[in-house]
Design a binder for this molecule. Structure first.
Ligand SMILES: C[S@@+](CC[C@H](N)C(=O)[O-])C[C@H]1O[C@@H](n2cnc3c(N)ncnc32)[C@H](O)[C@@H]1O
Length: 204
């Protein structure tokens, strides 16, 4: 059967995307890693297979991408990986409630290059403040992208946050990939030999 081709992007400012979600139901007593904009969650699922002692949460605005990931989670019988739909533009203040997150993973977020589309970018100072509030002490935020301008802008926001420390030293990039698995977009970049910019920040 031919699969319907999925549209690449969904406008996060569309009225139907602006319905706030309830806080996530998360397990206690285990480290929790969250990927923001996980799409098919390829990387997260691989990490969940390798680390049954941790819990992994993938968030994306595209239900159809998550459905693909959920099929794979079910086929692998993974109980430590949950994939949830949300709109990161509006949901970060309440999604994590009182949970304490060990790592936030931001892997290849949509660049929304055009000036009129800039407001669709979810990563900004306000969102970062929500993420830092949900991070455990010494919890980490990982950023990976092949888009230099976007990374530089994110780095400015991250460096300006008084509660985070750059693990590689101020204004420096990681030399090695921070995760033991690759995302779908990362594999495409590696195949095309595109440069990937990687950052890691720690709370405290
Ligand atoms: C370029 S893809 C990268 C996917 C994956 N992290 C990877 O590296 O393969 C960016 C993802 O972010 C999701 N996304 C964009 N804006 C979002 C938003 N406001 N809320 C939640 N997810 C969003 C998109 O649906 C898309 O799946």
């Amino acid at each position: 059967m031919r699969r319907k081709r999925l549209r690449q992007h969904l406008n996060p400012l569309k009225l139907t995307a602006l319905v706030p979600r309830a806080p996530l139901t998360l397990p206690s007593g285990r480290p929790i890693d969250v990927e923001l904009g996980c799409a098919d969650a390829r990387c997260l699922i691989e990490l969940a297979r390798r680390h049954p002692e941790r819990h992994f949460v993938g968030l994306d605005i595209r239900e159809a991408f998550l459905a693909e990931g959920r099929e794979r989670v079910a086929a692998l019988n993974l109980s430590n990986c949950q994939l949830e739909v949300c709109n990161l533009l509006i949901d970060t203040p309440h999604l994590f409630a009182n949970a304490k997150i060990s790592r936030f993973l931001i892997n290849f977020p949509d660049p929304w290059f055009k000036r009129r589309q800039r407001a669709r970018r979810w990563f900004n100072e306000r969102c970062l403040a929500d993420l830092v509030a949900a991070l455990k002490p010494e919890g980490r935020l990982i950023w990976q992208s092949d888009v230099w301008e976007l990374t530089l802008e994110a780095m400015g926001i991250l460096e300006a946050n008084g509660q985070l420390t750059n693990c590689a030293g101020a204004w420096r990039f990681l030399r090695e990939p921070p995760l033991a698995a690759q995302t779908t977009r990362e594999l495409i970049c590696l195949d095309k030999q595109l440069k990937i910019w990687r950052l890691a920040y720690q709370r405290g």
